[in-house]
Design a protein around this ligand. Sequence first.
Ligand code: SAM
Length: 191
Amino acid sequence: MLKRVLTYSHELLQQTVKPGDFVIDATAGNGNDTLMLAKLVGDTGHVLSFDIQEKAIENTRELLRKHNMNNVSLIKDSHSQLEKYLHGKMYGNIDGAVFNLGYLPGSNKSIITKPESTIAAIQQLLPHLKEEKLIVLVVYYGHEGGEKEKEELLQMVKNLDQKRFSVLEYRFMNQQNHPPFLLAIEKRKAR
Ligand code: SAM
């Protein structure tokens, strides 16, 4: 059975994120991915979760509170500032990251992820990502501004050095109306 894009994004993270891991949710939104990551890393792990909107930070905090999760740092800042929060010492120590691009469901559709900041965040993450670990992106692009982000992002990931990274694109070809698709970047083991 073919997995829906969001389901597949969760499966990839479930396969690669383990208890004790240090992971990033670059777009907290309503907190669903943050919650999943928090459960996967458990008490001995930690999640950094970013969003630029106060509403998203509040929604995520509330969801985590309901589930008694205390292993998340919520950061109201752009993921393009990610490196500031890693303090250098995290170099090579990130076990995974997820991005859900687009706008906060049920909120202001003009606050969207943008190509410059999304690409800046990925570029900052890549050196910190452990080998055989993933950055998973779910790309929604049906809204105004979405197409531009999609094109620039595809251009960037296509040009990643294949000796160092494997890039997967997973999408349904026959769905109408800009269905979301998935990109996964794996850091390959150095030979
Ligand atoms: N993963 C979320 C969930 O499980 O509910 C959905 C994320 S939603 C599609 C995209 C989110 O990205 C919005 O909440 C938006 O505020 C946030 N966002 C937009 N630009 C951002 C940036 N530069 N840094 C961090 N978050 C950003």
